[in-house]
Each structure stands twice: as structure tokens, then as C-alpha cells.
Design a protein. Structure first.
Lengths: 254, 254
């Protein structure tokens, strides 16, 4: 039985998409069958894997709003065990379109009913906002993986995020769990990075992965070639960090 | 007559809040009367200026939803010419609460009717999303200032943002203009930074400020002390960059 993991944090630019693409592809290389669902209208996970959001037959928008089967929108990638359910900018309108629909929070969980039989892990790359698309991801998900950038503002939004997760657990999805917290863009030369990392470990203890993702320009370059880091530059610190994270993710850190 | 400038980009973590705080405070030091409006539920501009979002009598939420006069929520800062209209996490609910209201897109412009008489520049720090709060800011604003991070994904979302601005110009606010584009987190050692900066200047020509904001850790440290860079470390490259940007902003770059 597969597991659905939402990758979320309403703070922008903290490494949600980079973690979705690179954790998923590291697991795919370990021959785990993986699906990435891009539910962000920016469609960065879609383009970061080499697809052009403007030229797709069908996307998550059609699955959510028109209720076509999710399989019709899934795209294969050049990694055998990695598929992607892409997004495009039509998704910008989904929020407003869904607000007045019946059971607007559970549309995604309904359309993903059988996905756990097809894949071992399903990662949902969320937008930087606690909106209906993120709420749908929390309702459909088994757990939430939270990337936290080693910067001051990154600490601020955590209470809001945890509050939203608790709201979903109480009202929409009792089984939703915190999968873990991964520290990103860590720069060992900066006190700021060290300070934030210490604070996060102090509050969240063993919910924080031992593996820390360091700042590495190759992670920023890889998406412009439409590739995950593992195929773009397997010797980079970024690739090593994400492969280690994938190991820790599978074998359970806590 | 004052000017309302929305600082927006739906891509997360590109330096919207950092630009709002530091451009505004550099102008305040030049004795221009400045108001920062924080319309992001993360309330980073509020906390970055030393306020605790959880301990405020009234915020932009009360102004937008309860219609209290904006002056009742304005806070003075330790810079004589800089005030802030703060946010807190109540704003998370504003989106859904406003969707079914009459003229939901023009609520902010109505409550800010007289603000141009009180301040020379009013900067609105927007959330990383093209949602109703951002649409309200575009409807109330005279122009949009777009920070662009020198990273690959930063280029992806621009068409969506420009499309939204055109929609607002056509349907809600014909006078809305593009104030300018500022390149942020530039690292002169990285080809990625150079490549993105070149692309942006190619497409946008003289709409792009000459001043580039370099990556500078002091900009990331300043908010943890609740201070703009100009009072936290006036000799830092971050402070010099934002003071130069303020000069260029006032004297018109183009
Ligand atoms: N460890 C890292 N080292 C260097 N650059 C990184 C790292 N992780 C992410 N980046 C870069 O930082 C930027 C932000 O990362 P990313 O887009 O993954 O964040 P996000 O949380 O998905 O953003 P959004 O909130 O807009 O969805 C991107 O340009 C990405 O390439
Ligand atoms: N020039 C810079 N050099 C170094 N760090 C920077 C710079 N500009 C911003 N930062 C840091 O990068 C992070 C993202 O910046 P900021 O929060 O201003 O972006 P934002 O666009 O407002 O994010 P959001 O989309 O979440 O609102 C912050 O931690 C900030 O302190
Ligand atoms: Mg993303
Ligand atoms: Mg911000």
C-alpha cells in the first residue's frame, strides 16, 4: 500500500519543489515506484522535470475540476520508476472555482482513491499558501513533509502551518501525520543558518531529519535542464544530500 | 499626491518582503513619508519591523473585513517617516470570507481612499500567490514593483504575473502600471545569476532597475532583530544596494 506525502510550507522559496523533485527521483533510482503530483499553479515541478506546462493535453486541473481519471493526465519521465501528474496555469482559477462546490476540500482525495495501489510513494508539491489546493493535499495525504529554509522568516510561519495541519486532522483527515521536517539551503559558514537549525531541532526534536540539505548552486541549475540533480550532477553535494535523505526517509529516522 | 506601489510576485521567497522593508526605510531616511501595508498572512513585514503579529490591537484584517479606518491600525516605527499597517494570521481566513462579498476586489482601494494625502509612497507587501489579497492590492495600486530572484524558476512565473496585471488593467484598474523590476539575491560568482539577469534585461529592457540587490547575509539577519538593513548594518552591501535602489526609484530609472 502506497503512501501519500504532501510537501508543504506556506513560506515561499524554502525548497518544496526542489525537495519534491529530488527526493522522489532519488527514491525512483532505488526502484520505488513514485508519483509526483504538482498542485502549484506555478507548475515548477512540471517544468523542473522537463515538461512544458503550456503544452500538456491534461493536467491536475482536469482531474480536480473535470474529474477525468488521474491516469489520463499522468506523464512518464525518463526515470523508469518516476511518473508525474503535471500542472499548468489553469490551476490559478481552481481555487475560486472550487470554493462554492460541494465537499470542496475532499475533491483530490476522491480522485486519488486508487493511486496507493499503483505507486509506493506519492509526493504532492504544494503552492506557497494555505489555500484550498493545499487543504485538498492535506485531506488526501497520509502525512506532511515540511522543508524549512535556514533563514529567520522560516521560523515565523511554522505555528500557522502546524495549526492548519491540526485543523485538518480534527475536521477532514484524522490520520494525517507529520512525516518530518527537512532543513534546506543550509550554509555552514553562516551563523544565521546554524541558529535557525538549532531552533528547529530544539522545537521538533527527532521529527527533524538528520540529513541537512546544504546550499548548492547545482540544485538551482538542474531545473533549467529539466533534470533532477541525480541525473544532472550525481557527484554534487545536492545529489549526495538528497540520496541520503531518501535513505533516511525509507528507513525511518525516528 | 502619494503613490501606491504593490510589491508582488507569486513565486515564493524572491525578496518581496525584504524589498518592501528596505526600499521603504531607505526612502524614509530621505524624509519621504512612507507607509508599508502588510497584506500577507505570514506577516513577515510586520515582524521584520519589530512588531509581534500575535499582539496587535488591529491589523489590515480589521480594515478590510470590519471596515475600521486604516488609521486606527497604523503603527509608528522607530523611523520617524515610516509607518506600518500590520498583518496577523487572521488574514489567512480573509480570502475565503471575501469571495462571496460584493465588489470583493475593490475593498482595499475603498478603505485606502485618503491614504495618498497622508503619505508620499505606500508599499503593499503581497503574499506569494495571485489570490484575492494580491488582486485587491493591484486594484488599489498605481503600479506594481516586481522583485525577481536570479534563479531559474523565477523566470517561469513572469508570464502569469504579467497576464494577471493586464487582466486587472482591463477590468478593475486601468491606471495600473509596471513600476519596475528589481533583480534580487544576485551572486556575481554564479553563472546561473548572470544568465537569469541577462534574460530578464533582454525581455524587460529599461523596466529593470540598474541597481541589483546582491546576496548578502546581513539582509537575512536584520529581520531577526526587527530592523531594516539601514539601521541594522548601514555599511553592508545590502544597505548600500537598497539605498541606491531608493535613489533610482525616486529619480526614475527609465
Ligand atoms: N539547497 C539548495 N541550494 C541552492 N539553491 C536551492 C536549494 N534548494 C532550492 N534552491 C533554489 O532556490 C529556489 C527556491 O526553491 P524552490 O523553488 O524549490 O522552493 P519552493 O518552496 O518550491 O518555492 P515556492 O514557494 O515558490 O513554491 C529555486 O530557485 C531553487 O532552485
Ligand atoms: N539579497 C538577499 N541576500 C540574502 N538573503 C536575502 C536577500 N533578500 C532576501 N533574503 C532572505 O531570503 C529569504 C526570502 O526573502 P523574503 O522573505 O523577503 O522573500 P518573499 O518574496 O517576501 O517571500 P514570500 O514569498 O514567502 O513572501 C528571507 O529569509 C530573506 O531574509
Ligand atoms: Mg515550489
Ligand atoms: Mg514575503
Amino acid at each position: 500500500m502506497g503512501k501519500i506525502v504532501a510537501i508543504a510550507n506556506q513560506k515561499g522559496g524554502v525548497g518544496k519543489t526542489t525537495t519534491a523533485i529530488n527526493l522522489a527521483s532519488s527514491l525512483a533510482v532505488m526502484e520505488k515506484r513514485i508519483l509526483i503530483i504538482d498542485i502549484d499553479p506555478q507548475a515548477n515541478a512540471t517544468s523542473g522535470l522537463g515538461f512544458d506546462p503550456a503544452n500538456l493535453e491534461s493536467t491536475i486541473y482536469d482531474v480536480l475540476l473535470e474529474k477525468i481519471p488521474y491516469k489520463n493526465a499522468v506523464q512518464k519521465t525518463f526515470l523508469e520508476y518516476l511518473d508525474v501528474l503535471p500542472a499548468n496555469q489553469e490551476l490559478v482559477g481552481a481555487e475560486i472555482e472550487m470554493v462554492n462546490m460541494m465537499s470542496r476540500e475532499t475533491r483530490l482525495s476522491k480522485v486519488l482513491k486508487n493511486v496507493r495501489n499503483e505507486y509506493e510513494y506519492i509526493f504532492i508539491d504544494c503552492p506557497p499558501s494555505l489555500n484550498l489546493l493545499t487543504v485538498n493535499s492535506f485531506t488526501a495525504g497520509d502525512s506532511v513533509l515540511i522543508p524549512i529554509q535556514c533563514e529567520y522568516f522560516a521560523l515565523e510561519g511554522l505555528t500557522q502551518l502546524l495549526y492548519t495541519i491540526r485543523l485538518i486532522q480534527r475536521n477532514l483527515n484524522a490520520k494525517l501525520d507529520l512525516e518530518g521536517i527537512v532543513l534546506t539551503m543550509y550554509d555552514s559558514r553562516l551563523n544565521l543558518s546554524k541558529m535557525v537549525a538549532e531552533e528547529v531541532r530544539k522545537y521538533f526534536g527527532d521529527k527533524v531529519y538528520q540529513t541537512v540539505i546544504s546550499r548548492n548552486v547545482r540544485l538551482g541549475e538542474a531545473p533549467s535542464y529539466g533534470q533532477p540533480i541525480i541525473s544532472f550532477d550525481i557527484h554534487s553535494s545536492g545529489a549526495i544530500n538528497y540520496m541520503k535523505l531518501a535513505e533516511e526517509f525509507i528507513h525511518g529516522k525516528k
